[in-house]
Design a protein around this ligand. Structure first.
Ligand SMILES: Cc1ncc(COP(=O)(O)O)c(C=O)c1O
Length: 335
């Protein structure tokens, strides 16, 4: 009998012939998204005990106790597939937002809704417009559809909507607006959005990614759901990962016209939102205290950081989200 010592085996390697021709350079060029390292990994790597993670913009308060209770209550039923239509969660969201269930699609995080959008709306040679820098998944997903990416530099750390509308061409299918923008924390205002949408032809879908919606305090922030009546070519993304503290469960959603939602449902895997995520998200919606506590914590944290960064003469961009962009004047990696 031959005994294989797996420990000594070299990593498997070898170039396959899966992708040929043009695709090879396009797909291999895509940079893999590098998420912030998990706390446990940093502890192991550097032999540390107490680690506070600043990447990924998670909620340090943790999830709502109501969500934890709901997960416990449901845990013994995970032998069943989840409700593929997420009936109760969609119903509760619809009631909260004043919309019908046909206006909502749930995703395995809003990340998944972004990939459903690019999968349905972008084909080879199409163009997607986005800010630079902005949330990285827009670019990665667009490239996976072999679309061209028009990256429009920010102006004063804000999305430059006039330049983004100038970038529209006959090939444009999607425009991504991260509002607040990740990584700057800046917003674009209601007036700016309304003005911008006048330049966008009905055949183009504009994505308003509002992952940090609940944290925004600026009165000029657009109430994008009100724009849906007049603009059926927009979709709004929100998530339970940030203020609701459910990042580990992966649940986010898109809000749009029934036509857009129907199209996205064609690409949605049947059980994309797991049952624990559904019950936890549902319970979280009922916990306004947790949301208010998270808002206060971020408000206090921002004041603390603003005053101490000023004291240390470190420049920063005032933020509408739960993260902040600061200038450290050295290579971030070294710091
Ligand atoms: C702007 C933006 N959109 C989407 C996401 C993805 O969030 P989710 O956890 O819902 O997939 C993030 C996460 O960091 C984000 O910053």
């Amino acid at each position: 009998m031959k005994i294989i010592n797996y420990k000594k085996r070299k990593p498997l390697s070898g170039r396959n012939e899966f992708l040929t021709g043009q695709e090879i350079s396009d797909i291999y060029k895509i940079k893999v998204y590098q998420p912030g390292k998990p706390i446990e990994e940093v502890k192991r790597e550097f032999g540390l005990k107490n680690v506070i993670k600043l990447a990924s913009n998670e909620n340090p308060l943790g999830p709502s106790p109501k969500a934890v209770e709901a997960i416990r209550g449901y845990a013994s039923k995970i032998n069943f597939y989840p409700d593929g239509g997420s009936y109760y969660l969609k119903k509760a969201l619809g009631e909260k937002l004043g919309l019908k269930e046909e206006n909502i699609i749930l995703g395995n995080g809003s990340d998944e809704v972004i990939s459903l959008i690019t999968r349905i709306f972008l084909q080879k040679g199409d163009q997607a417009i986005m800010g630079d820098p902005s949330f990285l998944m827009y670019k990665i997903d667009a490239q996976l559809s072999q679309a061209k990416v028009a990256s429009v530099p920010l102006k004063n750390f804000r999305l430059d909507l006039p330049e983004m509308s100038k970038a529209i061409s006959s090939k444009t299918k999607l425009i991504f607006i991260s509002n607040p923008n990740n990584p700057t924390g800046t917003i674009i205002t209601e007036d700016e959005v309304e003005h911008f949408l006048k330049d966008v032809p009905p055949r183009i879908l504009t994505v308003f990614d509002e992952a940090y919606y609940e944290y925004v305090e600026d009165a000029n922030y657009p109430q994008s759901i009100d724009l849906l009546d007049k603009n059926s070519n927009i979709i709004i993304l929100r998530t339970f990962s940030k203020i609701y503290g459910l990042a580990g469960l992966r649940v986010g959603y898109g809000i749009g016209s029934p036509e857009v939602i129907d199209l996205l449902n064609k690409a949605r895997p049947p059980f994309n939102v797991n049952s624990l995520a559904q019950v936890a998200a549902l319970a979280s919606l009922e916990d306004e205290d947790q949301v208010n506590q998270s808002k206060s914590l971020v408000r206090e944290g921002k004041e603390f950081l603003y005053s101490n960064l000023r004291r240390l003469k470190v420049s920063f961009i005032p933020t509408q989200a739960n993260f902040i962009l600061i200038k450290i004047g050295k290579k971030a990696k070294d710091v």
